[in-house]
Design a binder for this molecule. Structure first.
Ligand SMILES: *Cc1c(COP(=O)(O)O)cnc(C)c1O
Length: 218
């Protein structure tokens, strides 16, 4: 997978070190996690807090350099658990969640690193702040003391992804944000051409998942 990413970077005139591969390990069995770790992979994405704990709580201490990223929707009552486990929460999508994370941070002394998830296609069933409300949410999160590192999106499945990636990049630029988490197994090449700094890859890395699990609706 790293080799394919490197090739796309080369074709796009980008440094391959500017793109982080987030291995999406949701639904994967222990053997798959261990194989990825043995191959040197250190950045992982999970879309549920509980499964993330099951996968990583015991592996964390014996894995130096591990970085865990929450890429699925987060309920406010799980903000403290999420903050305890994940290094980065990619799915900040509403003011109430920014406030809950700030409150959890005040208690734990751990400052959240977050991405704001933008619903670039304004799909009713999909998580993410609407594009027109993204600037305000970024400002609010910063105001509450969260470290906003960038933006994340999941384009509508039935549309060309490029315009959505371009929109995400525009919103990031005008807010002075560096990180762009965009691109999955089906569209990571396009995402890299549009400036992705993090691609979230599950299927293309681990093979098909057993449990059907669509990305972050809800
Ligand atoms: C599952 C998931 C992915 C990985 O999807 P693949 O198509 O298997 O690469 C990426 N991002 C999010 C938010 C997901 O939920």
């Amino acid at each position: 997978m790293r080799g394919r990413i490197a090739a796309v970077c080369a074709a796009a005139g980008r440094d391959e070190a500017s793109v982080t591969l987030t291995a999406v390990s949701k639904t994967q069995p222990a053997e798959a996690l261990e194989a990825a770790l043995a191959a040197g992979q250190r950045v992982f994405g999970e879309n549920r807090v509980q499964e993330g704990q099951a996968h990583w709580a015991g592996r964390r201490e014996r894995t130096p350099g591990l970085e865990l990223r929450l890429i699925g929707p987060l309920q406010t009552n799980k903000a403290a658990d999420a903050l305890a486990l994940f290094d980065v929460i990619e799915t900040l999508d509403r003011v109430r969640l920014a406030d809950a994370l700030a409150a959890a941070a005040a208690k734990s002394g751990r400052t959240p690193r977050v991405l704001v998830q933008v619903n670039t296609g304004a799909e009713p069933q999909k998580a993410g702040v609407l594009p027109g409300e993204a600037d305000a949410l970024v400002a609010r999160a910063r105001d509450r003391g969260l470290i906003v590192e960038g933006l994340m999106c999941i384009p509508p499945a039935e549309e060309a992804a490029g315009p959505h990636f371009a929109l995400l990049r525009r919103i990031a630029r005008r807010n002075g944000l560096e990180a762009l988490s965009m691109g999955m197994s089906g569209d990571y090449e396009t995402a890299i051409r549009f400036g992705a700094t993090h691609v979230r890859i599950g299927t293309a890395l681990f093979g098909e998942r057993n449990r059907p699990d669509r990305p972050s609706s809800g």
